[in-house]
Structures are given as structure tokens and as C-alpha cells.
Design a protein around this ligand. Sequence first.
Ligand code: ZN
Length: 248
Amino acid sequence: MAKPGDPSGTSGQTAGKGTEAGSGTKPGAGNDGKTAGGGSATGGKSGDAVQVVAKPADIAVLVNKTYKLPDNFKPDDLVEPNIPFIFKEKSEKRLMRKEAAGALEKLVAAAKKDGISLAGVSGYRSQATQKTLFENYVKKDGEEAARKYSAVPGHSEHQTGLAMDVSGSDGKCAASDCFAGTKEAKWLAEHAAEHGFIIRYPKGKEETTGYQYEPWHLRFVGTKIAKDIADKGITLEEYMLNAVPVSK
Ligand SMILES: [Zn+2]
């Protein structure tokens, strides 16, 4: 059982370690919509039992291939941040949890002052939406293949309401590999933490996060944790699983 004060409800195993997702078998471009939080801890090897997080509404909640949200978890404070989006329609993709939305507004405004125009690409994603996505991939490629590039429902960080994919306001390279190295990506890497966000899937940490580099996927954790993670050059996995002493 999770200790009180352990927001992820972990039991000490290393999340996402050695999973299949870092293997580079995923489609290269535009994969974020298919992959966020996805896959399964059991997809690549046995022994990584999936665990349900104890505090899904915690701002530092760890959701990945090993740790899943309770079935049909939906945050109760979803709002639409007042920022530009690359699409016109009303959609759940615009939503984030209130605190994260306010922080994202400040981040986008700060970027603008520096001459960087950012726009939202994809925020909250319900478990139902993720289920539809995943099932379509299973139909197309079979379950084993789908698990390598698509989120198993309940494992998407977008379902927490704390994640937002962003791009330049022209929408070029939205959630695609070519976003890496853009001035927008550089600005985010430098300044996201000041506003409480981390680049959740950094380069070189694929083995730890279970995902390839996604310079566009912002995850809100609050400024204290974000700065700590950025300063140390670590991941949320390393922060959560090493910072919190865990007892069986
Ligand atoms: Zn994402």
C-alpha cells in the first residue's frame, strides 16, 4: 500500500524502466497524440505489475506505463486556459485543471514578451477518448504493436488534466519531432519551470520515462518541483521514486 504523503501511490519499483517505448519503434512524427502516458508496464517484460495511483488529483501524480489512474478518473476542476489554440473547435482538448491552466496562461504571456508565440495543441483527454484511440490502433496493428506506441486507457498523462502539448502559434510541427530545436522548444526548455511546468519526456531519458523525447509535452507540477527537476536534470519518475522514502 502507498504511504500517506506518497502522491503516486508507489511501492518502490522503478516506473517505466526498461519498457519497450524507448526502443524507437514508434512512428516518428506526430506521435504524441498516440503515445502520451501510454503503453503498459507489462508490455515489454514481466514483473512490472501495473499499479493504480493512490492520489490521482495530486499535483505531482506520477502516471506512466506502470502507474495508472483509477478507472474513469476525471479531474473536477477542468477549465479552458485563455491562450491561443491551433484548432478552432470546442473540445475537451482545450481543458486543463484550474491551477495548471492559470500557470499556462502566465507561461504563454511570458513567452510572448520574449517574442515567442505559443499555442495549445492538446490538453485534457478523457479515458473514453483514449480508449477509442487505443482500440482503433489495436484494430489496425494488433494489441501487441499498439501498446508500443499508444496509450493504454488510464495510463495517459493527458487524463490528469495537468498536461498540455504546445507548439508555435502557426501549428507547424505540432506534436512532431521537428518541433525539437525550434525557438519555441528552446524557450520552453529554458523557461517552463519558472511557471511550474516540466518537459515531461526529456531527451536521453527514454529508458526512465518510457517515452521518446517530446519537447512539446508540458506537465504541470508546480514551481517548486518543476525547478527542482529542471535544476537536477531529472525526470518526474526520478523525482517521485527517489525523493520519497517508500516502505513496503
Ligand atoms: Zn502530450
